[in-house]
Structures are given as C-alpha cells and as structure tokens.
Unconditional design. Structure first.
Length: 128
C-alpha cells in the first residue's frame, strides 16, 4: 500500500499528476541539463531531463513585489522552471544551474514545492 501524505494523497498520485501536466503542455516542454551543486564548493553533478517547462512570471507579480522576505525579487526576464518531482532525485539548491537546448544558462535563485507535490517550481534567472 502506498504511503499517504498531505491530505491522504500518495506520492505515486502526485507523480501521475506531474506526468499528465507535462502531456498537457506538449510542445512547450523542453530538454535541459540540470547542474546540481549541494554547496558552493562542490563539483556539479549533471542530470539530463527531457520534460522541463519554463514559464514567464506575470507582469502583475513583477509589479506588485515588495522586498519583505529573504526570497529574491522576480525581475523581468526571470522564469519559473517546472520540473516533475518524480525525476528530481536530488535536493535543489541556490547553487544549481540549468542549461537549455539553446545554450543559455540559468541560475536557480529559489525553489518551492517539491516532495509530496507533482513538481518543483524553481525561480531561475539567465546568466549573462
């Protein structure tokens, strides 16, 4: 029997929801290389993922921000990266980076959700 968490929903069910969401987004889904680093001094471990989804933050969210916490502010051009929890076998950190198929590199600034949810939501900013 599956272990149940958070209101009785199992991680298996959360994984199914994540797979269904990837199918819904279709062509917007892309392949990436995720460079995971547990700390600043660590050597990155690379993971090839084929179902990443980058999403723009809304203009409303950007305009209404206030620096009220330790979370980085969302800037124009930042993206939200959605990764299925089932394929992320490591703990994301603020030392991680992502390379998209077009060669651009994005830094992970923050992350939410994750375990016991269908996906991780990562706040990423393009490196210049």
């Amino acid at each position: 029997m599956a272990r149940r968490r958070h209101g009785g929903l199992s991680q298996g069910l959360m994984d199914q929801v994540g797979r269904m969401a990837v199918a819904v987004f279709g062509e917007a889904v892309e392949a990436i290389t995720y460079h995971a680093k547990p700390n600043a001094a660590a050597t990155a471990v690379d993971y090839e993922l084929d179902d990443a989804l980058f999403e723009d933050y809304s203009e409303k969210l950007i305009a209404m921000q206030q620096p009220i916490s330790d979370k980085p502010l969302v800037q124009r051009g930042d993206q939200q990266l959605r990764l299925r929890t089932a394929v992320v076998t490591w703990q994301p950190t603020r030392y991680d980076e992502v390379t998209r198929d077009d060669g651009t590199v994005w830094r992970v600034l923050d992350f939410t959700y994750g375990r016991h949810r269908p996906w991780w939501l990562l706040h990423v900013r393009r490196k210049i």
